[in-house]
Design a protein around this ligand. Structure first.
Ligand code: ADP
Length: 273
């Protein structure tokens, strides 16, 4: 299935009439078989895009279509069934006193039957490797574990789209790695769109496509590997490429050609030796 899942058609948005435009004539499409990273410096408009996809905000100009539905006041509940969001601060997302209750909450709200609910809780916690923590208190978990439970809560609802909005920003390197591994596993086993919103270029490696935002405009759409060759241009809009890509670019300047731009340290070492 190569259908368009999400489409922004000439979308402009500002938070109030007397405020500057935060998104300016933004257009892009995301196909149903793609995972996409949206990157850009702080304030470039990434989170606003996430909120518009989920119907938390509405465009002032243009149109947003999510899985065939135009997002507006009348369709938000339809749209929110299709889109799951995981935010930056895991502590703000919990409502249950145990991991099980927390994942159950979103299902109860949707009137899912008990037998189906138990099965969904089990399978979504298994997908993020948190099944052993059913009766633990969410607030006592590590940062990475909390975000995995938040992802399970979203998976249980079986959305078509999951948006991770800076979901690793508050985690230590170990927690961040846990989430990246979890997301890759989920991606392999579940047919859904993953949209990763981040300012950290290390996190775009597993995306099929990258949309780069700059001051409310789409600056570039490309593949991660192609993006990493544009080190200076990225620096000019406040983004820093990962170390492995920097080193590969430096080698190129010394006329040492690698077959392709490495995405991470392992690929860099493989390319060198
Ligand atoms: P990013 O996610 O890339 O950091 P945001 O979408 O959060 O960017 O913000 C884009 C711009 O919109 C910024 O200039 C920010 O200050 C402004 N902004 C974000 N939220 C609000 C709000 N609730 N009210 C007014 N301005 C806002």
């Amino acid at each position: 299935m190569n259908q368009t899942q999400i489409e922004f058609r000439n979308v402009s948005f500002r938070y109030a009439d007397d405020q500057p435009w935060v998104l300016k004539d933004v257009s892009f499409t995301i196909r149903s078989d793609q995972s996409v990273a949206i990157i850009g410096h702080n304030g470039s408009g990434k989170s606003t895009i996430a909120k518009l996809i989920n119907g938390l905000l509405f465009p002032d100009e243009g149109e947003i279509i999510v899985h065939g539905t135009s997002v507006n006041e009348n369709t938000i509940w339809d749209v929110r069934k299709k889109v799951g969001m995981v935010f930056q601060n895991p502590d703000n997302q919990f409502v249950g006193t145990t991991v099980r209750d927390d994942v159950a909450f979103g299902l109860e709200n949707r009137g899912i039957e008990r037998i189906d609910m138990i099965q969904r809780i089990d399978s979504s916690l298994a997908a993020v490797r948190m099944k052993d923590y059913l009766l633990h208190e969410p607030h006592r978990l590590s940062g990475g574990q909390k975000q995995r439970v938040a992802i399970a809560g979203v998976l249980a609802i079986r959305p078509d789209v999951i948006i991770l909005d800076e979901a690793t920003a508050m985690l230590d390197p170990k927690g961040r790695q846990e989430i990246l591994t979890t997301v890759n596993e989920v991606k392999q086993n579940h047919p859904l769109n993953l949209i990763t919103i981040t300012h950290d270029l290390n996190e775009i490696i597993s995306a099929d496509r990258v949309i780069v935002m700059n001051d409310g405009e789409v600056w570039l759409e490309t593949k991660p590997r192609d993006l990493f060759t544009k080190e200076e241009a990225l620096q000019s809009i406040g983004l820093d490429v990962p170390f492995s890509a920097k080193l590969a670019n430096e080698l190129k300047r010394l006329n040492i050609e690698l077959e392709r731009t490495p995405l991470d340290q392992k690929e860099l070492l493989d390319a060198l030796w």
